[in-house]
Design a protein around this ligand. Structure first.
Ligand code: PEP
Length: 252
């Protein structure tokens, strides 16, 4: 079964406007394999100019790194999915571990964000992943599958099949430590099996599951070659255009 292959970047709270636009411009000129899609997860304030810049660039699109769970109203400083769709932002990342940890985003709130994103026809990259403590306890598969169940299993089959999932073990994000290709494959397989149990084999086989956590050009090829790994969500290494281009070209 061939699935979409995706190299997604996550700039987090990095770059100035000028540096960010230059990075996007470089990626827009990068060599990208025919069957690979690139998503740039960029700061809110650069989204519209980046969307305009990338309008005629095939295979490269952008994502907001977050959105609010309410439709609109008195939520000073927040950004709604309606706002994102009004600037034709195609993707939104939901549930990044930094959002869960530093902004106390619960599974319930993430489920609301997912619903808001669907209401505005945004494509979702939904992130999940366990802490080191949970990994050490050996309960990581149950934990991650529960995160997914709590925020996504209320969706219809038609909605669910549109998702992209990013498995990102927290202990590997920004630490230089990466899950071994075997650990990534084992978790991705467990996630896909949980999709199959809920939505059937055909839907489960369709959904891209990305790995995130210190992906670099040196380890991307081996990680992406695993049967259930369909690409990466890349933080630090996506801030360097040449490095990210190598990762984009690490699919077999
Ligand atoms: C991330 O931001 O989702 C991430 C995986 O970061 P890094 O690649 O820097 O570990």
């Amino acid at each position: 079964m061939s699935r979409r292959k995706i190299a997604a970047g996550n700039w987090k709270m990095n770059t100035t406007f000028e540096d960010g636009m230059e990075l996007a411009r470089k990626i827009s000129h990068a060599s990208i394999p025919e069957d690979v899609e690139v998503i740039l997860g960029i700061p809110y304030v650069y989204l519209k100019p980046a969307i305009d810049m990338l309008l005629h660039v095939p295979k490269v699109s952008v994502a907001a790194q977050n959105c609010h769970s309410k439709e609109k109203g008195a939520y000073t400083g927040e950004i709604s999915t309606h706002m994102l769709s009004s600037i034709s932002c195609p993707y939104v990342y939901i549930g990044h571990s930094e959002r869960r940890e530093y902004f106390n985003e619960s599974s319930e709130e993430l489920a609301d964000k997912v619903d808001r994103a669907f209401a505005q026809k945004l494509d979702i990259v939904f992130c999940c992943g366990e802490s080191l403590e949970i990994r050490k306890s050996g309960n990581q598969n149950e934990y991650v599958c529960r995160q997914i169940e709590e925020s996504l299993f209320h969706l219809t089959k038609e909605q669910f099949r549109k998702l992209v999932i990013a498995y990102e073990p927290i202990w590997a994000i920004g630490t230089g430590e990466t899950a071994s290709p075997g650990q990534a494959q084992e978790m991705h397989n467990a996630i896909r099996s949980s999709f199959a149990a809920k939505y059937g084999d055909e839907v489960a086989a369709t959904i891209p599951i990305l790995y995130g956590g210190s992906v670099k050009s040196a380890n991307a090829e081996e990680i992406f070659s695993q049967a259930d790994v369909d690409g990466g969500l890349v933080g630090g290494a996506s801030l360097d255009a040449e490095h990210f281009e190598k990762i984009i070209n690490s699919f077999s």
